[in-house]
Every structure is written in C-alpha cells, then in structure tokens.
Design a protein around this ligand. Structure first.
Ligand code: ATP
Length: 235
C-alpha cells in the first residue's frame, strides 16, 4: 500500500507512564480510519501523540515515508498532520472569518472550506462562541483544513452534538478524503463511525485488540462488543 501515514509500535503516555502501547496502522491517501474503544482506552492519547502534543515513548510514524517529528505540534502540522481536538479549541471571541484566516495557509484555502461548509458563509461575521455546536464543529474542521493537511485527525466529532447533526457532518469527511487526505476519526458512535470509515481499529487498555475493514466489523457487532470488553482478536 502507498502509505500516507505509517504508524508502527507507537507508545505514548503522561509523566513517563505509558498509556498506549504497540499501536500500528497504515493509511493510504483518501482512506478513513475509525479509532474506537471504551472510555480511557487511549484514543485521545494516540491522537495527541500523532499531533506532537505529547511525546512518543516508542515506535515510528512516517508521513509519505518521512519520519514525523515527535513532541513538536508545529513541526507535525508543517509535515501535514493536523488535529481537530475534542474541545474544538476555537478563538471564541473572534469571528468565523478571523478563526479561519488566522489558521490558513492561503486565501484560496479559506474559500475552499467555505464551499465545503456553505452554512459557515452565512455566519462569517459571527463570533465563534455564538455559533451552534454543529457550526462550531464545522469551523473546527475548517480551521484544520485551511492548514492543508495530509493527515486529518478528528477527536470525537460527535461530542455534544445531536445525532442528526453528526449524521450531516460525517459524509463531509468522505469528501475531504477524496481530495487525498488520510482521515483518522476517534468516535464514540460505533455504527456511525463504521459507516463513514474504510477501516477501524479498537483500542482497550491502551492496546489494539481488534482491526479490520469497516464493512466486516459492521456485519459482526459481537466482535466489536467483545473487543470493547478487552478481548483480543486476530485481525
Ligand atoms: N493529561 C493526562 N495526564 C495523565 N493521565 C491522563 C491524561 N489524559 C488522559 N490520561 C489517562 O490516560 C488514559 C487514556 O485516556 P484517553 O483520554 O487517551 O482515553 P480515550 O480512549 O480517549 O477516552 P475517552 O473516550 O473517555 O476520551 C486514561 O486512563 C486517562 O485517565
């Protein structure tokens, strides 16, 4: 496979104690991977480590074959790995336009994002803090996309949103992937995530306990349930 991101034996944690161990996956341009697992499984820790916000205790990560800098969020972003964090991290007193322009690599990128999210075009002069939850999530994803990512990491897109809003946002990730971006999606809504993704991996207690194609896993909910309980399966 022509990997856009290749993660091998990733371990990371906080204050010297590893939380995740032995996480492996490869993703080609245009693919979507769902990272699933129960609370505390290490999903966010995986994302924070890939984005350089916490260090790497072990393992290698490459982007288009080049080693990704560890523990340096700005360098990771320059290499094309951009995170939409679960708290969305918007500048709430700045307007939609200002949030996008501050992050953008070019004006064209802002235009592309506004074409992807027409709703934001109607809210350009509104402070981010006044937007609805769904609009804030569009803006958070937009802020990541204007940085022209090769790998887009999205932590809990559905956080605090009504299922109907989540259902309307997830297909946009497929549109983004079709431009060649590899998308890694951490999600609590298992079936929504599997319907959006090409492949999935399930973490439990910081380790990979199940991996497979999204279609395969959707067809076999008992395997997912067992994995959530921490049982290990062959891929
Ligand atoms: N800043 C931190 N310092 C110390 N331990 C942390 C920190 N953040 C998370 N942890 C611990 O790391 C483990 C994994 O947490 P993480 O947030 O990665 O899990 P998660 O799978 O994303 O869970 P959730 O779905 O609840 O967000 C948990 O035991 C958590 O308490």
């Amino acid at each position: 496979m022509n990997a856009r991101i290749d993660v091998t034996g990733l371990a990371a944690g906080y204050g010297g104690s590893p939380v995740i161990r032995g996480v492996n996956f490869s993703l080609a341009p245009g693919e979507i991977l769902a990272v699933l697992g129960p609370n505390g499984a290490g999903k966010s820790t995986t994302m924070l480590s890939l984005a350089g916000l916490i260090g790497r205790a072990a393992g290698t990560v490459t982007i288009d074959g080049t080693e990704l800098s560890a523990g340096h969020p700005r360098r990771a972003a320059k290499q094309g790995v951009v995170l939409v964090p679960d708290d969305r991290s918007l500048f709430t007193t700045l307007t939609t336009t200002e949030n996008l322009r501050l992050a953008a690599t070019s004006r064209e990128k802002v235009g592309e994002v506004l074409d992807l999210f027409p709703r934001l075009k109607e809210r350009l002069k509104v402070p981010a803090g006044v937007l609805s939850g769904g609009e804030q999530q569009m803006l958070a994803i937009g802020r990541a996309l204007v940085q022209d990512p090769k790998v887009l990491l999205i932590d809990e897109l559905s956080m605090g949103l009504a299922p109907v809003i989540v259902e309307s946002l997830l297909p946009i990730l497929r549109t983004v992937a079709q431009t060649g971006v590899a998308v890694v999606l951490v999600e609590q809504h298992v079936s929504l995530a599997l319907r959006t993704a090409d492949r999935a991996l399930v973490l439990a207690h910081g380790e990979e306990v199940l991996a497979g194609s999204a279609d395969e896993l959707l067809a076999d909910p008992a395997r997912i349930e067992a994995a959530y309980m921490g049982a290990t399966h062959a891929a």
